[in-house]
Design a binder for this molecule. Structure first.
Ligand SMILES: Cc1cc2nc3c(=O)[nH]c(=O)nc-3n(C[C@H](O)[C@H](O)[C@H](O)COP(=O)(O)O)c2cc1C
Ligand code: SF4
Length: 519
């Protein structure tokens, strides 16, 4: 392959790539270029989400971007000596054209179309790749027309509950108030999930654009991003992106000369899982302890500081620009049934090829596990898969053909949630996992209602009794009753869904609830 005029290289700067040494690789490459007076333009892009290949560097060639990975500092000399900047295919780390890597090629990247492609803080690159097209269209529409577009697209919340975004927005639009708010839920507490983080670190203007459109849609001129406090890099990138957007009139007063205004701030959480629940989040944002509020009133009517509030997940809001850019009709052609568009699945746990896979709803779970994930990292058979975070059911092999759509998953008492997929191999004790789920609830419960606060603590004790063979049948009956009470009597999904992982483990892996023989 021949090189383009100015050698251009991309080295990711997302948290995962950094944790695997991307900064050191970038440093070594810069030194090599300096020492050899090689003119090299390095862009620190986000990650493509092929995490098992990180740090994955790319070079621009006339045929497109060529990738190498996973690159360590020790590989830099041989890569550079071999002229990797021109797309040399002889190096053992050569992966070919990035877009042709099966893992990426077989995805439908919509919300993540720019992630890993552009410099996250380059407004020019953002705009050159379709950025702000949605906002531009929204500025020419009435508030009602924007809400109708989102409603017609069929977009449902990507944070967990899959509630239709259009209905929520319509409620806020219809509620009269002098002040309304847009709140972005960036608490991302689910096990094995990182889609929000990736999006914010790698394409922050998309979230800013989505929230601004939401503000125009419902008549809110103020927004907050409630960010998980561990996401320090996302915070740094967002702060810079907010300043750039404001300096270029994409945010603040008189957006692009429209006379409309929208102001946005980032607020850090303090590490409680329950603060991802929308009403506990609002309490926390108001400076109070993260306790769940009873509903009604809905946040859409009485939300932040008692005002009508749209609260949506990062991915829900970051999907809005493409809907406004391409239209509801286009978006709703993707997916199946009432699960329209795409979901960024996040493969994690014991998996050969962890990473982000954005797919239209519809294929079976096994496609993710095998075609993308390549089975377990340990090489042992997969035993169970937990989809949708710590409140999602443990799914046995008999359920891996279930289509990835909200209704099909509800049909097997499971959830897609935020798209986290955590894989367990056959060495895992599912009785221990059930206990962990109950204990997680006991630790993370906000304590407001009895079924969850007391039920989860008693639940751990009952599971221990079952696993010790202490009146096993009676205690299984007791656990079933307790779970029933938690499902039907809890104020929020924390207590209301913990029974799903617990009971699915008991139902599908009963042998893991027997007394362990001493070897
Ligand atoms: C215990 C608990 C934790 C939650 N954690 C999150 C979270 O980390 N991020 C998120 O977006 N939604 C989370 N949710 C869902 C939110 O309550 C809410 O449904 C969501 O913010 C609405 O946005 P969406 O409609 O765009 O999904 C959680 C819910 C519960 C019950
Ligand atoms: S279910 Fe648990 S977390 Fe939710 S309100 Fe009740 S005590 Fe709080």
């Amino acid at each position: 392959m021949s090189a383009v005029a100015t050698p251009k290289m991309y080295i990711p700067r997302d948290t995962t790539a950094l944790s695997l040494g991307a900064d050191k690789v970038a440093e070594a490459i810069s030194h090599y270029a300096e020492d050899n007076t090689l003119p090299l333009h390095i862009t620190r892009n986000g990650s493509r989400g092929l995490y098992w290949l990180e740090p994955m560097i790319e070079v621009a060639t006339e045929q497109g971007r060529v990738a190498y990975g996973p690159v360590t500092v020790d590989d830099v000399e041989s890569l550079m000596d071999g002229g990797c900047w021109s797309g040399n295919s002889d190096h053992p780390l050569y992966l070919g054209l990035t877009e042709e890597i099966e893992y990426l090629k077989n995805q439908q990247r919509l919300t993540f179309s720019r992630v890993g492609v552009i410099d996250p803080l380059s407004l020019d690159e953002y705009c050159a790749n379709g950025g702000f097209d949605g906002l531009h269209n929204a500025l020419g529409l009435s508030a009602q027309a924007i809400v109708t577009t989102v409603a017609d697209s069929g977009l449902r919340g990507r944070g967990g509950a899959a509630f239709p975004a259009g209905i929520k927005w319509q409620t806020v639009l219809n509620t009269q108030a002098e002040q309304k708010y847009i709140v972005c839920n960036a608490d991302e507490g689910d096990s094995g999930t990182y889609a929000d983080r990736m999006l914010m670190e790698s394409d922050p203007f998309t979230l800013i654009e989505g929230m601004t459109i939401a503000g125009l849609a419902v008549g809110a001129n103020k927004g907050y991003i409630y960010l998980r406090e561990e996401y320090r890099l996302a915070d740094e990138v967002l702060q810079q992106a907010l300043a750039i957007a404001e300096a270029n009139q994409y945010l603040g007063d008189n957006i692009r000369g429209s006379g409309k205004s929208f102001h946005l701030e980032v607020r850090l959480g303090a590490g409680a899982y329950i603060c991802g629940e929308e009403t506990a989040l609002l309490e926390s944002l108001e400076g109070k302890r993260g306790m769940v509020r009873a509903k009604p009133p809905l946040p859409a009517i009485t939300g932040l500081f008692g005002k009508p509030t749209v609260i949506n997940n990062v991915i829900s809001l970051a999907t809005v620009p493409i809907i406004l850019a391409r239209g509801a009709e286009h978006y709703k052609t993707i997916g199946v049934g009432r699960s329209l568009g795409t979901l960024p699945f996040q493969l994690a746990g014991n998996i050969q090829r962890p990473g982000l896979v954005e797919l239209a709803f519809g294929p079976g779970l096994s496609t993710l596990l095998n075609d993308f994930g390549g089975g377990t990292r340990s090489g042992r058979p997969i035993k169970a898969v937990q989809v949708g975070g710590p409140l999602g059911a443990y799914l046995p092999e008999s359920q891996w053909q279930t289509p990835l759509d909200y209704e099909a998953f509800a049909g097997i008492n499971a959830v897609l949630g935020h798209g986290g997929v955590v894989v367990f191999d056959e060495s895992v004790d599912m009785g221990e996992q059930a206990r962990f789920s109950m204990e997680f609830c006991a630790i993370e419960s906000c304590g407001k209602c009895t079924p969850c606060r007391i039920g989860s603590t008693r639940g751990v004790e009952v599971i221990d009794k079952i696993r010790n063979g202490d009146e096993k049948e009676n205690n299984i009956e007791l656990l079933t009753d307790l779970c029933d009470t938690m499902i039907n009597g809890s104020l929020c999904a924390m207590g209301g869904m913990t029974p799903f992982p617990v009971m699915s483990a008991l139902q599908h892996f009963p042998n893991d609830f027997t007394v362990q023989e001493e070897v």
